[in-house]
Ligand binder design. Structure first.
Ligand code: ING
Length: 305
């Protein structure tokens, strides 16, 4: 029996700095309803889906920074989303800024979760590759202070068994690193869900600004093909607080082909019927790791250099 997973990539347009989370949740539920109407079993939203991309600003006051974080999930604001998804029997994945206390110590992560069709959080991932910088850098048109506001994730990439498949998470900058996809694939992941907030302008290398959409798809498609897995890339898009973010959310097959792509910079649902067994077309042929891969020849690949 083929394992078909109908996936919705729910791209979000800009979220204003002071937009109430309840308003964003209403937008997310609107996309959820559309996804149900198109037979989806899973709906994927972007990185930091509940708020504006706040690492673009330097904020000296931790109390102000913490206004962008969630201290519980689900919570009063996101409960309607969890409840509606459960009523519809849909799974969810979305990113948010997580503030959590472990053994009396406060931790802040750029987090993404997977919620199954019964409303249970079955997987939580903390972003491993935090781009940007730690201190205010006045020369930049806008800041990128993920290294200041979040701790890097300390748990390796790994799938969870859900929706009759091995589903994994990554977040934004993770998608540029080949290690992300390879580690997932070596652990059996069949589909990676990746939300992103990617500005068109990249201050350290403005000569690459025109390549942002190319690099986005290049990374997602290469990761999919070279590891024989489905990749779902979901943007927070559009001009958000004066900062242009790329869109082009897409669903990529294990062959590297884009099978669905967003064409706006707003709230937009794209869907695809993903046959998870198609991973075998790649994993038992060109990239049959057992037959063809030679890890003894790559001793530096996970070494600290
Ligand atoms: N954003 C960007 C990303 O990796 C970035 C940061 C933009 C890096 C452009 C390099 C070039 O897509 C996040 N949130 O990681």
């Amino acid at each position: 029996m083929p394992r078909h997973l109908v996936v919705g990539a729910a791209q979000l347009g800009p979220i204003a700095r002071h937009e109430p989370r309840a308003e964003v949740v209403t937008r997310m539920i609107w996309l959820l309803e559309q996804a149900a109407g198109r037979g989806c079993s899973l709906v994927v939203y972007p990185e930091l889906a509940l708020t504006t991309f706040f690492p673009r600003w330097f904020m000296p006051d931790q109390a102000e920074i913490d206004t962008f974080f969630e201290t519980a999930m689900p919570n009063a604001t996101t409960a309607p989303l969890f409840e509606r998804a459960k009523e519809l029997g849909l799974g969810l994945s979305f990113g948010y800024a997580e503030k959590t206390v472990v053994d009396g110590k406060v931790h802040r992560y750029n987090t993404s979760i997977i919620v199954d069709g019964s409303g249970e959080i079955v997987h939580r991932y903390h972003k491993i590759h935090l781009p940007g910088h730690h201190e205010h850098e006045a020369w930049r048109a806008f800041q990128h202070l993920e290294k200041r506001y979040f701790e890097p994730g300390e748990a390796p990439f790994a799938p969870v068994e859900v929706f009759d498949g091995q589903i994994g998470l990554a977040i934004c900058n993770d998608r540029r690193w080949p290690e992300t996809y390879r580690e997932h694939a070596l652990r059996g992941t069949e589909m990676v869900l990746i939300g992103y907030n990617t500005p068109v302008h990249y201050p350290p290398a403005p000569e690459h600004d025109h390549l942002q959409c190319f690099h986005n798809h290049l990374s997602l498609q290469a990761g999919a093909y070279q590891n024989g897995m489905w990749v779902v890339g979901v943007a927070k898009a559009g001009k958000e607080e004066g900062c242009d973010l790329i869109g082009q959310s897409c669903i990529v097959a294990p062959t590297g082909e884009i099978v669905a792509q967003a064409s706006t910079l707003g709230d937009e649902l794209i869907t695809a019927d993903c046959d998870l067994d198609r991973c075998a077309e790649i994993r038992t042929n060109i990239f049959d790791f057992k037959k063809h891969r030679r890890p003894e020849m790559y001793p530096l690949l996970s070494a600290k250099v």
